[in-house]
Every structure is written in structure tokens, then in C-alpha cells.
Design a protein around this ligand. Structure first.
Ligand SMILES: CC(=O)N[C@H]1[C@@H](OP(=O)(O)OP(=O)(O)OC[C@H]2O[C@@H](n3ccc(=O)[nH]c3=O)[C@H](O)[C@@H]2O)O[C@H](CO)[C@@H](O)[C@@H]1O
Ligand SMILES: C=C(OP(=O)(O)O)C(=O)O
Length: 418
């Protein structure tokens, strides 16, 4: 198993290329299930989750071929409607094939994803919404068995919470349903807009994106398209924290301020400067870091996927900070590891109080999930001495070339295999 060894205390300067968004690229690949024609996606990141999605689609009989650098060509006839346990348990986004399979093949068998390190993560809203569109769903032996013998029919779906995944599943299913579907209280994350733009380029009829109500007029069939995956706003925010915690100066090439409103406002409150330039976002800090209070919320609020990285940064800020996590019930697994590096963080229910310390010290630490892993890298970059981060397969799910990107900006980081 690979580990990272980081020797902290270096200020990062230079440029970091921001890749395509994991949380968009995965869904755009699934959209390829909705047509037999080719969907060609460019700016696809080289991360493990994309490989897992590729394996899932291949298992469904769909071709996924390299069509150039960072470009995948996806399409074909559906040969199987089963998403097996071993893939779904590896990557929860696999659940997103449910709606498209039902819409195109009128049946699907998808393993129930179960919980993960950050929470129980049920899929009740996905299932209820699909039932509203006419699907018949049975849960048996850990699988969701779903059919729509007469095809899906448009209807009004009101989501009790603006779930990203449920919005995406229902949105894709509704593109091929008969008639009009309203998804009320739809999630407004930029990745949903990216999916809407791609589906519309494939011939779907979707309006209202970004407004909280999506209106989808079902069409007979979708066609192929070429589409570029949006830049990864979470990767961008993560490297912004690397500039912040090391007092560095980084140009995050391809980063977009529009997708990062709440993150940029919070960075500025902590004393990190963010300037939009022609090629991306320049992020730098020259003064001291200041503590702030953060509450995670659905977009356009502060993203839960940036919470762990900010906690690392705030652990060396002046004064106290409070982070309240409202999206996932168990997303503080990085706290004990940060505390082992000298941070002073106490968790009280859904909130964590962070008392800033003047320095962290390197230690052997263990990654528990994707973003928690990066918070430990950030802590390691600022710490005195050596940090060894194990279980970095979590990190490989969603970040490409972490050691290469950081080392090019002056970090002392190496990936070693045991
Ligand atoms: C692959 C991907 O894009 N993952 C992102 C997606 O996850 P994901 O799509 O799983 O997140 P959701 O927005 O669906 O989940 C938010 C909350 O709603 C709950 N819930 C969700 C669906 C449901 O049927 N029932 C239910 O109770 C979840 O357990 C969670 O507590 O959005 C999250 C919130 O921005 C991000 O942190 C993840 O990085
Ligand atoms: C929680 C995340 O991903 P997933 O939904 O795939 O677990 C994430 O990207 O931070």
C-alpha cells in the first residue's frame, strides 16, 4: 500500500493545473447510458473513481474508449442492467446508473450502496422519486430491483432535501420519460448545471437549472455529443488552502471564482487573498491566518467537501473557529488525526471548536476518506518535521498527481510503496 511522506515548513509558490471535476465527470459518464450514440467527454480527470465508473459501464455492456488525452468516448447498447455490489460498494456514485437504466432499458438491478465513513447516506429520495415517475421498486438481498414496464412518466417530484445525487438520478431518468417532470427543491450545485448542459447538448429539454426547480420535457431519444467536464472546484479550493496554510502564492490554472463564492469569501475572512486572473485564480497569504466560523450547506453555501481542508488551515489560525457540519452526520474523522499532529479541536455533536495553535508537528497519520486525507496533507505541509500519511487510496479516488503538483511548487512530498 502506498504512503505519502511529507516534510513540512515550506512555502508553496508556482502554478497548479486544476483538472476536470470528479463530481461532474462521473455523472457525465453515466449520461452516456442514455443514448446508443457516442458521448465524447474531454477534460476527464485521471483518478480512480473515473476508472471505477468505466468498469461499471463496461459491465453494463457500454463501450468506454480513450479518444485522445483526457478524452473518453462512451456509448453502445445496454447489455446488462446489473450494477454489482463489488463496484457500488467501492464508489457510491454508482447508484446514478439506476435512473438512466430504468429510462432506457426499463429495468435495473443495482446494489444498495450502504453507508460510508462520512455517514449513513440513504438513497430513499432517489427511490421515492423514481416511484413517482412510475417505477416499481423492490429491495431484495441487498439489491434494488426496479422495473418500469410501460416506461417512465413525467410527474411532479418534491425533494424533502436538495440532494445532489437524487437530483441527478431523477434528472437523467426524466429526460426519456413521457411528458413533463418538475423536480422541486432540486440541488443547485455547479455539477448539476454541468450535467444539464451536457444532457441538453444530447437533445434533452431541460430548463430551470440553478433555480431550485428543474423542468424536464421528456424526449423519445437522446443523441451523441461532445462535452468538456467543468474544472474541479473542490480540487481548486483544496490547493487554495495549501497556499493559505503555507503562506504561499499559487496560481490555480483553470480555477473559476464563479463556482467558489462561499469558499472565496471564507478564505478572505481568514486573511487569504484570492484574485481572479485570465488563466485562473491567484491565491496568496502574507499576513497571519485568522479564525472564522463555518457552516456547511447545500450550494451556494459552504461545501461540505471543503470542510476538512479548512479545518487543517484553521488549526494554525489566530483565535478560535467553529465548524458546523450540516450535510453528513459523521464527517469529523480527521479530527483525532489532526489532534495527533498537535491541533486543538473538540467535537460537540455537529460542531467542532478549533483553537488555533502556533505550530503543528509531523506524525504518522491515517486517511479515512477522500477530503480528510487532504486535510492531513495540508497539516503535514505546515507541520514541523515528518508526516507519514497511510491509506492514500482514499486520496487517489479524487485527486490526480497530488505529489507531482505539490512538489512542483516547492513541497517536500514523496509517494512511497511498501
Ligand atoms: C459523487 C458526488 O457528487 N458526491 C457528492 C454528492 O454526494 P451525494 O449525492 O451522495 O450527496 P447528497 O446531496 O445526496 O446527500 C446530502 C445528504 O442527504 C442525505 N440523503 C441523500 C439522498 C437520499 O436519498 N436520502 C438522504 O437522506 C445524505 O445522507 C446526506 O446526509 O453531494 C455531496 C453534498 O454536496 C458531496 O459531499 C459529495 O462529494
Ligand atoms: C464525499 C465525496 O465523494 P463521494 O460522494 O463519492 O463519497 C467527495 O467528493 O468529497
Amino acid at each position: 500500500m502506498d504512503r505519502f511522506i511529507i516534510r513540512g515548513g515550506r512555502r508553496l509558490t508556482g502554478e497548479i493545473e486544476i483538472g476536470g471535476a470528479k463530481n461532474s465527470g462521473l455523472k457525465l459518464m453515466v449520461a452516456g447510458l442514455l443514448t446508443s450514440e457516442r458521448l465524447v467527454l474531454s477534460n476527464v480527470p485521471g483518478i480512480a473513481d473515473i476508472q471505477t465508473m468505466r468498469d461499471l459501464l463496461l459491465g453494463l455492456g457500454i463501450a468506454v474508449e480513450e479518444a485522445g488525452p483526457r478524452t473518453l468516448s462512451i456509448g453502445g447498447e445496454i447489455g446488462s442492467v446489473e450494477a454489482p455490489y463489488d463496484i457500488v460498494s467501492k464508489m457510491r456514485a454508482s447508484i446514478l446508473v439506476l435512473g438512466p437504466l430504468l429510462a432506457r432499458a426499463r429495468e435495473a438491478k443495482v446494489s444498495l450502496p450502504g453507508g460510508c465513513a462520512i455517514g449513513t447516506r440513504p438513497v430513499d429520495m432517489h427511490l421515492k422519486g423514481l416511484e413517482t415517475l412510475g417505477a416499481v421498486i423492490r429491495l431484495e438481498n441487498g439489491y434494488i430491483n426496479a422495473t418500469a414496464p410501460d416506461g417512465l412518466k413525467g410527474d411532479r417530484i418534491i425533494l424533502p432535501f436538495a440532494s445532489v445525487g437524487a437530483t441527478e438520478n431523477l434528472l437523467m431518468a426524466a429526460t426519456l420519460a413521457k411528458g413533463r417532470t418538475h423536480i422541486v427543491n432540486a440541488a443547485r450545485e455547479p455539477e448539476i448545471s454541468d450535467l444539464v448542459h451536457c444532457l441538453n447538448a444530447m437533445g434533452a429539454q431541460i430548463t430551470g437549472e440553478g433555480s431550485g426547480t428543474l423542468v424536464i420535457d421528456g424526449v423519445e431519444k437522446l443523441h451523441g455529443a461532445h462535452y468538456a467536464v467543468m474544472p474541479d472546484r473542490i480540487e481548486c479550493g483544496t490547493y487554495a488552502c495549501a497556499a493559505g496554510i503555507t503562506g504561499g502564492d499559487l496560481l490555480l490554472v483553470g480555477g473559476r471564482a464563479d463556482d467558489l463564492g462561499a469558499v472565496i469569501r471564507t478564505l478572505e475572512e481568514t486573511g487569504v487573498e484570492v484574485v481572479e486572473e485570465a488563466r485562473g485564480l491567484r491565491v496568496r497569504r502574507s499576513g497571519t491566518l485568522q479564525g472564522v466560523d463555518i457552516m456547511t450547506e447545500p450550494y451556494p453555501g459552504f461545501p461540505t467537501d471543503m470542510q476538512a481542508q479548512f479545518m487543517a488551515m484553521l488549526s494554525v489560525a489566530e483565535g478560535a473557529s467553529m465548524i458546523t457540519e450540516t450535510i453528513f452526520e459523521n464527517r469529523f474523522m480527521h479530527v483525532p488525526e489532526l489532534n495527533r499532529m498537535g491541533a486543538r479541536v473538540n467535537v460537540h455533536g455537529r460542531s467542532a471548536i478549533i483553537r488555533g495553535v502556533s505550530k503543528l508537528s509531523g506524525a504518522p497519520v491515517m486517511a479515512t476518506d477522500l477530503r480528510a486525507s487532504f486535510s492531513l496533507i495540508l497539516a503535514g505541509l505546515a507541520a514541523e518535521g515528518e508526516t507519514q500519511l497511510s491509506r492514500i487510496y482514499h486520496l487517489d479516488r479524487g485527486y490526480e498527481g497530488v505529489d507531482r503538483k505539490l512538489a512542483a511548487c516547492g513541497a517536500d512530498i514523496a509517494r512511497v510503496s511498501d
